[in-house]
Design a protein around this ligand. Structure first.
Ligand code: NAD
Length: 258
C-alpha cells in the first residue's frame, strides 16, 4: 500500500491524443504519471509484442511498488494492419492489465480504465471477437489480417465484453480494484486527423459516427470522464463502458437500447 498522498497513474498511449491529454491533466493536479508508449514516454514498449507486455511489469516495478490507477489509452486504427491492430487494441489490454493487477491491488483506492470505442457498435467479425475473448492471439492476428478494416470494430467489441467480464472476477472489484471503460465517438486526435482532412474521410466518419452536437470532441473533453473513473471519486461504478460520443449511440440505437 502506498503511503504518500500523491496518486500514481500508469497511462498507456501517453505520448499522443487522449492519453497525452489525461497525462497533462493529472500532472497539473500534482499527481504522478508513468507514461507508456512506443516512444517519448517514461517506459517505451511495443504493446503489440507479447514479450514486451510480459516484460513491462518488471520495468514498472523498478519505478513503483504499487499503482493507484491504470488507464489504457494505447490504440491504433486502419490503415494499420489488422494483426498489429488486434494485438494493440485488444491484447494490449486483455493480456497486460491482468499482469498489472497485483500492483493495483497494492495501490490506494485503485482504479483501472480502458478506452473502447463507439465503433464497438459497428458491424463486427464474430469469429475474431470469439478468438479475442478466448485469448487466442495467434489465431486472432491471422483472422484480423484477413478481414482488414472490420478488425477495429471487432477489437473494440471484444474489449467492451472483456471489461464487463473481467470487472466482476475475483481479485478485481472484490479486492477494491474498480474496472470500467469508456466508449468515445470521434475525437480530434492524430488518430483521426488524416480522415478529417479529406471529404471522403469526413463522409465516412459522419456515416459511422453521426452526432447530435455540432463538432467532434477534443481530447480534453474526454479527459474528465476518464479522470473520474480513475479516481477515488468513482466509488461504485464497476464494469461499465459509458459512451462519450456527442449523441452517436442515441442516434444509432435509439431510446430503447440498454
Ligand atoms: P493517438 O493516435 O493520438 O494516440 C494513441 C497512442 O497509442 C499513440 O501515442 C501511439 O504511439 C500509442 N500506441 C500505438 N500503438 C502502440 C503500441 N504498439 N505500443 C504502445 N503504444 C502504442 O489516438 P487517440 O485518439 O488518442 O486514441 C486513444 C484511444 O482512444 C485508442 O484506444 C483509440 O482506439 C480510442 N478511440 C479514439 C477515438 C478517436 O476518434 N480518436 C474514438 C474512439 C476511441
Amino acid at each position: 500500500m502506498s503511503t504518500n498522498a500523491v496518486r500514481t497513474t500508469l497511462i498507456t498511449g501517453a505520448a499522443s491524443g487522449i492519453g497525452a491529454a489525461l497525462a497533462r491533466h493529472l500532472t497539473a493536479l500534482g499527481e504522478r504519471v508513468i507514461g507508456v508508449d512506443l516512444s517519448n514516454a517514461d517506459i517505451c514498449a511495443d504493446l503489440a509484442v507479447p514479450a514486451e507486455r510480459a516484460a513491462l511489469v518488471a520495468r514498472v516495478q523498478k519505478i513503483t511498488p504499487s499503482l493507484d490507477a491504470v488507464v489504457m489509452c494505447a490504440g491504433v486504427s486502419p490503415p494499420v494492419a489488422g494483426d498489429t491492430l488486434v494485438s494493440v487494441n485488444y491484447f494490449g489490454v486483455a493480456d497486460l492489465l491482468p499482469r498489472l493487477l497485483p500492483l493495483l491491488q497494492r495501490g490506494r483506492q485503485p482504479r483501472a480504465v480502458v478506452i473502447s470505442s463507439l465503433a464497438s457498435l459497428h458491424p463486427i467479425d464474430t469469429r475474431l471477437v470469439e478468438m479475442c475473448l478466448a485469448g487466442e492471439e495467434f489465431a486472432a492476428r491471422k483472422q484480423a489480417a484477413n478481414i482488414g478494416a472490420p478488425s477495429y470494430a471487432s477489437s473494440k467489441r471484444a474489449l467492451t465484453q472483456w471489461i464487463r467480464r473481467t470487472a466482476a472476477l475475483p481479485g478485481w472489484a472484490d479486492a477494491g480494484v474498480l474496472l470500467n471503460g469508456i466508449a468515445p465517438g470521434v475525437v480530434k486526435t492524430p488518430m483521426v486527423a488524416p480522415l478529417l482532412e479529406t471529404a471522403e474521410g469526413r463522409e465516412a466518419l459522419s456515416a459511422g459516427v453521426p452526432t447530435v452536437v455540432r463538432d467532434y470532441a477534443t481530447a480534453e473533453q474526454i479527459v474528465p470522464l476518464l479522470a473520474f473513473l480513475a479516481s477515488p471519486a468513482n466509488g461504485y461504478m464497476v464494469g461499465q463502458v459509458p459512451f462519450v460520443d456527442g449523441g452517436a449511440d442515441v442516434l444509432l440505437r435509439g431510446e430503447a437500447a440498454l
